[in-house]
Write a new protein. Structure first.
Length: 533
């Protein structure tokens, strides 16, 4: 990998404090190669569990409190690699589950394996659902999403045979993966114009997502929030009052604490125009009462702080990564400058072949733009990130041979450089009024991988920790702490113990109030470290 020095510049500090931080490294295992796919499952009893896959060999690594490897547990219950379509994970309050789907003949199966606290799988696979198809597929049929409190999981599939009507099947499960509801409903779609994104589930099991219409020029001119109660085949469509605005990539966040949905998007006042500001929308769950629908124009002061690439509108490279909800009903939107090498055009990107709203498998698809494609490449382009960890790290970025382990095509060509720039942090009160904004100034670059760039955010009761990798001669883990009132405190960076180490905070998994497991590169391997903030 080619690395470029990262400089994290602390913006104006209202107060400065040094927090004690510790890091505990796991030893390097030669089997944990840089092409490894992994998922940090989290803490289980007195263990930390990490799923790993290399060359079709699946296992659970069990670490103790001091990140010493207790044992590697092979996973032998999975079907043959050439039939395996996808793997995902669900962590309930008491158990972790590995969910997998595979094709056998003309049937696609969705099954689950329960992972014990010691990393072992002691029970037989549980069948969650099947789908009959008349073709051989290399794409997953089902997608899953989990409620904020991890008490419920929904698995869903979408029949797209009729491109004018998408037919949904949703399967609702409790934290023990016992079925508690099944629904079928249809959503009318306009061919080559309507898209779906932001699939979410509330703590009470309601299913929600965003439907929007994007013109050929890339502008969103019509959008709705769709909400379906847990045990109903009927849904409600809440239309957004966009008027003369042109929205961008709409993000949805379920705010269970305040019983509402939050939506956010950049907007422009002209077709294919520069980004002018931020649109925010809040609607009450179930009743559909609009709490607020407002726009915030970015002023010159914020644009100056955010800077940007030469000759570009400052926010044209920015994409929303997080909507962070606070206890008093206020919320914060974090957006990051993301771009790759070459003449990258935001609007050209949207108008290109990447946005097949009715695309994917010939008939079935479990995902839509903005989610499934956030894990790889499509058509040689780079899809800007969706919401961050926890999600499976798939090592797409390595090499030019076959792609990810269970069947997705690789891609060839010259070396790509991936860049993650400044982070704009904009906060709103409970009524959608902007209260403060600030910018974390940084410049990160990687060749052929996005592993060590970007950031991870850990929200707390009164602050937000933004963790990012400073890839210098000796890399360090930077911790920028922004209080909920907008003031900033700073922690001394954690320097890597070896110059060959590069942290990967974006793929970290929170395991406690002030604890996170973070993967890191070391030469040609991947390992893990526990960070206590």
């Amino acid at each position: 990998m080619k690395r470029k020095f990262l400089s994290v510049l602390a913006f104006t500090l209202s107060s400065v404090a040094l927090y004690a931080q510790t890091i505990t490294y796991a030893d390097i295992s030669k089997g944990d190669a840089e092409r490894m796919n992994f998922e940090i499952l989290g803490e289980a009893a007195d263990n930390y569990l990490v799923y790993k896959e290399v060359k079709g060999n699946h296992r659970i690594s069990v670490y103790d409190y001091n990140m010493k490897l207790r044992e590697d547990i092979p996973i032998t219950a999975l079907p043959k690699q050439n039939t395996l379509l996808d793997i995902s994970f669900y962590s309930g309050e008491r158990h972790n589950y590995l969910l997998y789907q595979y094709q056998e003949g003309d049937i696609v199966y969705l099954k689950a394996l329960q992972i014990e606290a010691n990393g072992r799988i002691l029970s037989e696979p549980v069948l969650l659902d099947t789908t009959m198809i008349a073709y051989k597929t290399e794409n997953k049929i089902y997608s899953t999403t989990t409620s904020n409190n991890s008490s419920k999981l929904v698995a869903f599939k979408i029949n797209k045979k009729d491109r004018n009507v998408f037919r949904f099947t949703t399967l609702l499960f409790n934290e023990s993966l016992e079925p508690i509801g099944e629904s079928r409903f249809s959503v009318p779609m306009e061919y080559k114009g309507d898209y779906l994104t932001g699939y979410s589930i509330t703590n009470d099991g309601s299913y929600a997502f965003v439907k929007y219409h994007r013109q050929a020029n890339g502008n969103i001119v019509d959008a709705s929030l769709i909400e379906k109660p847990a045990n109903s085949d009927e849904y409600t469509e809440h239309k957004l009052n966009i008027n003369d605005l042109f929205l961008d990539d709409i993000k949805l966040m379920v705010d269970d604490l305040n019983d509402r949905y939050l939506l956010s998007s950049f907007y422009s006042t002209r077709k294919r125009g520069d980004v002018d500001g931020l649109y925010v929308y809040g609607v009450q769950k179930k009743t559909g009462n609009v709490i607020f629908e407002k726009t915030t124009l970015f002023n010159d002061e914020l644009r100056k702080k955010a800077k940007g690439r030469s000759g570009k509108n400052v926010f044209n490279d920015f994409f929303i990564n997080n909507i962070i909800v606070h206890g008093d009903g206020s919320f914060t939107v974090a957006a990051e400058a993301l771009y790759n090498t070459g003449n990258w055009d935001r609007w050209g990107f949207w108008g290109g072949p990447y946005m097949g709203g009715w695309g994917g498998p010939a008939m079935w698809g479990g995902w839509g733009p903005g989610w499934g494609w956030g894990w790889g490449r499509w058509g040689g382009g780079w899809w800007p990130y969706s919401y961050y960890s926890p999600f499976l790290y798939r090592s797409y970025w390595w090499g030019w041979g076959p792609g990810w382990a269970w069947g997705g095509p690789g891609w060839g060509g010259s070396s790509q450089q991936f860049n993650a720039g400044n982070v704009a942090v904009i906060s709103f009160d409970s009524e959608g009024n902007k209260t403060w904004d600030n910018v974390i100034v940084k410049s990160q670059s990687e060749s052929n991988t996005d592993g060590s760039i970007s950031y991870q955010v850990l929200p707390g009761n009164s602050n937000m920790h933004f963790l990012m990798n400073n890839s210098g001669k000796i890399s360090s883990l930077e911790n920028i702490i922004i209080n909920n009132n907008g003031t900033v405190t700073s922690s001394a960076p954690i320097n890597a113990k070896d110059k060959k180490i590069d942290f990967m905070p974006k793929y970290g998994k929170r395991t406690g109030a002030r604890e996170i497991i973070i993967p890191y590169f070391y030469k040609k391997n991947i390992s893990f470290a526990k960070v206590e903030l």
